[in-house]
Design a protein around this ligand. Structure first.
Ligand code: PMP
Length: 357
């Protein structure tokens, strides 16, 4: 099989070894003579998978027992409403920082449950930077941030230091670097970027923050249900959890999130160097906010965009087209991507520049 360098934003690259093991488990899981797809979610074999997945999340991110680690369905998009539904009373206020498409969507949903203070937004600047100056209203319940803005390619280099709990959409940079979980009431992430395949959503929830508001929360949407039942209140997404567990094992075997951070920084360095040195390409984002996961760039000769994408394809680089709402290009470089893939793409960029600049 030809090696394809997969720069897709998500669902995204996973290690080949993970894919192979997952494939084999679809045929015969742990020599049971059964596929992982056809065993009970309450079987001892799957219970062990769920336990190991949770233990790996706890170990890799140093999550204490005062937090629940949950594997839910509904995507990160459901967390846009589930977090405020669980934390925000009708008359309470939550602060949100609007740093891109996903933050805008989170704000829209939170308004259905309480008061939202949009304390800082870079919308007027096309989300090309992360606003750092903001004032928080008194007696705020939490501050919501999006740690990596998948569409626009900006990322918090440092998580804001505020005197209140954070709620964070970490969908596109979870497990890419260490995180001080104790600053957060809720961290949520759709798995399909850096954790596993689509179909499961990770939620890390501070137990103490729950049950504080008067709202009759539907059982399935109450974090406490899933904490109590160990993510098995109903049938959990068995296969996505299994593949995520394999991937988290891979992260651990490869040095954990500190090693991932170093490896991701090197890939980002190579990528932005190629963008910055080219008279043809540029990154619209503020230097200090550039994402290590999602490098967004544009070309100053838009008429050549299709040719550049064709050159990428010819070099077996896939998924380089920018998000449909933004255009241009985007190279997502999640944990499983090797430096050599970035070298191939930057090679294409250099050749294209030499020909067309
Ligand atoms: N938040 C961020 C930062 C994302 O990148 C995405 C998906 N691209 C979402 C939320 C939505 O995730 P889902 O499709 O799992 O609902």
């Amino acid at each position: 099989m030809t090696k394809i360098h997969n720069f897709s934003a998500g669902p995204a690259i996973l290690p080949q070894s993970v894919m192979k093991e997952a494939g084999a488990a679809c045929v015969n899981f742990q020599d049971m003579g059964l596929s992982i797809l056809e065993i009970s979610h309450r079987s001892p074999q799957f219970s062990a998978v769920l336990e190991e997945a949770e233990a790996l999340v706890r170990e890799l991110l140093n999550v204490g027992d005062d937090y629940g680690v949950l594997f839910l369905q509904g995507g990160a998009s459901s967390q846009f409403f589930m977090a405020p539904m669980n934390l925000l009373g009708t008359n309470d206020t939550a602060a949100y920082i609007e740093t891109g498409t996903w933050a805008t969507k989170a704000i829209k949903e939170a308004k259905k449950f309480g008061q939202v203070a949009n304390v800082a937004s870079s919308k007027e600047d096309n989300f090309t930077h992360i606003p750092k100056e903001f004032e928080l209203p008194d007696s705020c319940k939490y501050l919501h941030i999006t740690s990596n803005n998948t569409v626009r390619g900006t990322q918090y280099a440092e998580i804001p230091n505020v005197a209140m709990p954070l709620v964070c959409d970490a969908s596109s940079d979870i497990f890419s670097r260490p995180m001080d979980v104790s600053k957060f009431d809720i961290i949520y992430a759709g798995a399909q970027k850096n954790m596993g395949p689509a179909g499961v959503t990770l939620v890390i929830a501070r137990k103490d923050a729950l049950g504080k508001i008067e709202r009759d929360i539907p059982t399935m949407l109450d974090y406490r249900t899933h904490i109590e039942k160990g993510s098995a209140f109903n049938t959990p997404p068995v296969f996505p959890i299994y593949v995520s567990m394999l991937n988290l094992r891979w992260v651990k075997e490869n040095g954990g999130v500190a090693a991932m951070e170093k490896h991701n920084a090197e890939k980002a360095r190579l990528m932005y160097q190629a963008i910055d040195e080219s008279p043809l390409f540029s990154c619209p984002n503020a230097d200090e906010d550039r994402s290590t996961m999602s490098a967004v760039f544009v070309m100053n000769k838009p008429e050549l965009e299709a040719d550049f994408l064709a050159a990428c394809k010819a070099a077996n680089c896939s998924g380089v087209k920018g998000h449909r709402s933004v255009g241009g290009f985007r190279a997502s470089m999640y944990n499983a991507m090797n430096v050599d893939s970035v070298e191939v793409l930057t090679g294409v960029m250099r050749e294209f520049t030499a020909k067309h600049a």
